[in-house]
Design a protein around this ligand. Structure first.
Ligand SMILES: Nc1nc2c(ncn2[C@@H]2O[C@H](COP(=O)(O)OP(=O)(O)O)[C@@H](O)[C@H]2O)c(=O)[nH]1
Ligand SMILES: [Mg+2]
Length: 460
């Protein structure tokens, strides 16, 4: 493929967010980097990959005391000469330095242009470039860890290995074109089909682990449910640490689903507060209750809230009937209203009614039970060892290409089972290899690649 033509300009951009702080950093990349530094930096002898203290000099004198690091093209991120200037974290200073650089003919970088150069220079492939961008945007520790792994090539390796297998298969078909012995062809046919099947399983596995990755990104869906007035909205607000849901002592206050995200441990949880479950004739509340049921269907985890200060009655069975297949925990709320000496009888009642179900004593008023609830939630989000190793983030763009690859491999399997001529069999395989090239960015048109990079951050 012919990558987008590489710009000759030397570029610069602030790599830290605009604003005040201890330090801001400005990046420069391009062939003129060294020459520019000799014009603006007080120290003439700059060592590669060593921090040098000095000052930036403008036409009117010193602009700021800075630390400067120069990276030679051989090992720099962009594969060009590069420098990073660490100045005081004031936007005025950053602007002064950028202005000075542009007055010397350095062009302000476009969004993602440093990463684009790293890609065009072959330092990283497109999946890594996308991972670098996503790493910055990640919302939780568990998410960023996966992107970090992918930015150093975890996903790229998978795509390479897929490509190798595909090329193997194609080479086989092409070599076979003048195979004559019918019986041997038959054996080889089975082998080929098996091999193609394995390739598709490999893709399937990536997609499956990608769905786990989606889950990490979206967060664990937690639905808070229970009868009216048991304290669901109070618990929601307590967990979110803000007054998101309306809390009143009037049963049936919450109608629409109110949601918000929290991070516990390394994971994101998407909380949904719902309308209390009861028989209602009031039309708005009825709709709210219907929404509760559909939220329960989508839930990964259900926090079922009951009022510990009230007599526990059989209506709880509604809960066990509706979502016992979901992971759930019973929060026995309002325990601040219950005398200590009644705790054990309440515990007994629950153990008898719901053997095996986890329940905790809770109070939205006092915060009782929060550590236990957090522990329960973190545990539900933990993945088994193997999943944790294999989990990947598959961007929409990549997912669509993987699905197309599967289709092409299936097409190949059909063609070879129908004993179509080898020349015909080879066509879908070539197309699949083409799609793999698009995933890693080996193949792609300039415009699409450009638009991917322009979504990145400035200075990245
Ligand atoms: N004492 C006490 N009152 C609570 C607790 N949780 C909620 N409440 C009160 O119970 C009433 C109903 O609470 P709300 O959160 O609106 O319940 P929801 O209908 O289940 O959403 C309100 O008056 C709350 O202040 C608790 O843990 N202890
Ligand atoms: Mg409510």
């Amino acid at each position: 493929m012919k990558p987008a033509s590489r710009s000759q300009d030397t570029i610069c951009a602030p790599a830290t967010p605009a604003g005040r702080g201890a330090v801001s950093m400005i990046r420069i990349s391009g062939s003129r980097t060294r020459e520019i530094l000799t014009q603006i930096f007080s120290v003439t002898k700059i060592e590669i990959r060593k921090a040098t203290y000095g000052h930036i000099l403008g036409p009117k004198g010193k602009i700021d005391d800075v630390i400067l690091v120069f990276y030679g093209a051989k090992r720099s991120f962009t594969t060009e000469d590069m420098a990073e200037i660490f100045c005081h974290g004031n936007p005025v200073i950053v602007r002064e330095i950028i202005d000075l650089l542009t007055s010397l003919g350095v062009r302000p970088a476009e969004k993602g242009e440093f990463t684009e150069r790293a890609f065009l220079g072959g330092r990283i492939d497109l999946t890594q470039a996308e991972a670098v961008d996503a790493l910055i945007r990640a919302q939780s520790r568990s998410e960023y860890r996966i992107w970090l792994k992918q930015s150093s090539g975890f996903f790229r390796e998978k795509i390479y290995s897929l490509r190798e297998r595909m090329i193997d298969l194609l080479a086989d078909i092409e070599a076979e074109i003048d195979f004559a012995d019918a019986e041997e062809v038959f054996v080889r046919l089975e082998e080929k089909v098996d091999y193609a099947g394995e390739i598709n399983e490999f893709v399937q596995k990536i997609l499956r682990y990608g769905r786990l990755g989606d889950k990490i990104r979206e967060g664990v869906q937690v639905v808070i449910a229970g009868e009216p007035n048991v304290g669901k909205s109070s618990i929601m607000n307590l967990l979110l640490n803000e007054e998101r849901s309306i809390v009143t002592d009037i049963p049936g206050t919450t109608r629409d689903i109110v949601s918000g995200s929290i991070e516990i441990g390394a994971h994101i949880f998407f909380l949904m507060d719902t309308a209390g479950l009861r028989e209602s004739l009031e039309p708005v509340e009825k709709i709210g209750i219907e929404r509760t049921f559909s939220a329960l269907e989508r839930a990964d985890v259900v926090l079922y809230v009951v009022d510990g200060s009230q007599v526990i009655d059989s209506s709880l069975n509604r809960m066990s009937a509706n979502f016992h297949q979901k992971r759930h925990i019973i929060l026995i709320n309002k325990m601040d209203l219950v005398l200590e000496d009644q705790h054990s009888s309440i515990r007994d009642t629950f153990q008898t009614m719901f053997p095996g179900t986890t329940f905790i004593f809770f109070s939205a008023t006092s915060g009782m039970g929060i550590p236990e609830l957090e522990r329960f939630l973190s545990e539900t989000a933990e993945l088994p060892e193997e999943d944790r190793e294999e989990i990947v983030m598959v961007q929409e763009r990549v997912k669509n290409l993987l699905l197309l690859i599967q289709e092409k491999v299936d097409e190949f399997i059909n063609l070879s089972q129908n004993q179509s001529p080898q020349e015909i069999q080879a066509i879908p395989l070539r197309e699949a290899i083409q799609y793999l090239g698009e995933i890693s960015g080996r193949i792609g048109n300039e415009e699409i690649l450009g638009s991917i990079f322009r979504r990145f951050c400035i200075g990245k």
